[in-house]
Design a protein around this ligand. Structure first.
Ligand code: PHE
Length: 356
């Protein structure tokens, strides 16, 4: 076959089939593949064009025009088909299943504060509403702030190695110089050294003792409060604490003050509230494992700040008086939520915590 015939045949074939080939392509990749069969590097039309130089001179121009026309037709047909395929796709998306972005979604689980944190905030709120300031102290403190300035004698059993976590010290430094505070009463000393009366302060945080059983954890949370001014009386201590306990456990719950001893208060006392498990003050005496049938549960220690403490912080004990109290937040949370083991509060087991 001569070159002109081959050229004519290729051209004719392409011209008569490209439309149908494009129509038969039902998505974009298929259409692009069909297009390549005509005008791609190996395409029929491309091959035909390669014959151009071999064509007789006098026919080259006419045949060249025809091949260019065909290429334009193919290009236009490709663009039109691509456009209609993309439109069809978009219409299918619009008329198919719709995504309603205004529907409520599947919410993620929301975290919430640990029960001890909640109790802490609730108590701090209560005391700030009475005019107390909030202060914080470090968990590692000096022996002086934890014991000596509070009037603990050097041989007091609480300062014993058995009860207290001392920090490791370099050789030559007193091995008891710093410790994990055993109570929040350290904040009394720190605040009184910083400020002058009148002052009323609460502070909450972790404290540490070498105890570990169902009612004691080696780390636990305390809340401390104290007030110093001229003429602060035991009656005010009773008033503040009774108000506080009624707010916390309900108005009318029995509140009992018992004498007790702490080196930094005189007189000192402990306060019990009616057992919230058996509520024997309402329902009469009954068997109760939690209060051991006493009808009361101990909730805090308190007293009038000892003059020796004032001397250690440079306050005039002839002029100022004050009261102080301290309580275990774990104990409050246990009474509040009816929890029988303190360890549960520190176990971080969501099966337990999500019940509160
Ligand atoms: N700090 C005492 C304790 O941890 C509690 C307390 C505080 C007692 C303030 C009296 C006054 O047991």
């Amino acid at each position: 076959m001569d070159v002109v015939a081959a050229f004519e045949e290729g051209l004719g074939n392409a011209a008569s089939h490209f439309q149908a080939a494009f129509e038969a392509a039902h998505d974009e990749p298929a259409l692009r593949a069909a297009n390549a069969r005509y005008v791609g590097p190996q395409g029929v039309v491309t091959k035909v064009m390669k014959l151009m130089p071999e064509l007789p001179k006098e026919q080259r121009r006419g045949l060249g025009q025809r091949v260019n026309q065909l290429k334009e037709q193919i290009e236009a047909a490709f663009a039109a088909r691509l456009d209609s395929l993309l439109h069809a796709l978009r219409n299918a998306e619009l008329s198919g299943h719709s995504l309603d972005v205004s529907l409520p979604g599947y919410g993620a689980w929301l975290g919430y504060a640990h029960p001890l944190t909640r109790v802490k905030h609730e108590l701090l709120d209560l005391f700030t509403s009475l005019g107390f300031d909030i202060a914080e102290g470090p968990e590692v403190d000096l022996h002086e702030n934890n014991f000596d300035r509070l009037g603990f004698p050097p041989d007091h059993p609480a300062t014993d190695m058995q009860d207290t976590f001392f920090m490791q010290q370099p050789v030559g430094v007193n091995p008891r110089a710093t410790l994990l505070r055993t109570h929040t009463s350290t904040v009394q000393i720190r605040e009184m050294l910083k400020r002058k009366p009148p002052l009323a302060v609460v502070s909450a945080g972790a404290v540490f003792r070498r105890d570990d059983d169902v009612t004691h954890s080696p780390m636990f949370m305390q809340l401390e409060g104290f007030m110093v001014d001229e003429g602060v009386s035991f009656a005010q201590l009773k008033g503040v604490l009774t108000h506080f306990l009624w707010k916390l456990f309900g108005k009318g719950i029995p509140v009992r003050f018992r004498p007790s001893y702490f080196p930094f208060v005189e007189p000192g006392g402990e306060v019990d509230v009616g057992c919230t498990i058996c509520r024997s003050w309402e329902r009469g005496p009954r068997e109760c494992r939690v209060c051991k049938n006493t009808g009361f549960m101990e909730i805090l220690g308190c007293g009038m700040i000892h003059p020796v403490v004032f001397e250690h912080v440079g306050y005039d004990p002839e002029r100022f008086t004050g009261f102080a109290f301290g309580m275990g937040l774990d104990r409050v949370a246990m009474l509040r939520y009816g929890i029988s083991e303190v360890g549960l509060l520190y176990g971080n087991d969501p099966r337990f915590l999500t019940q509160l």
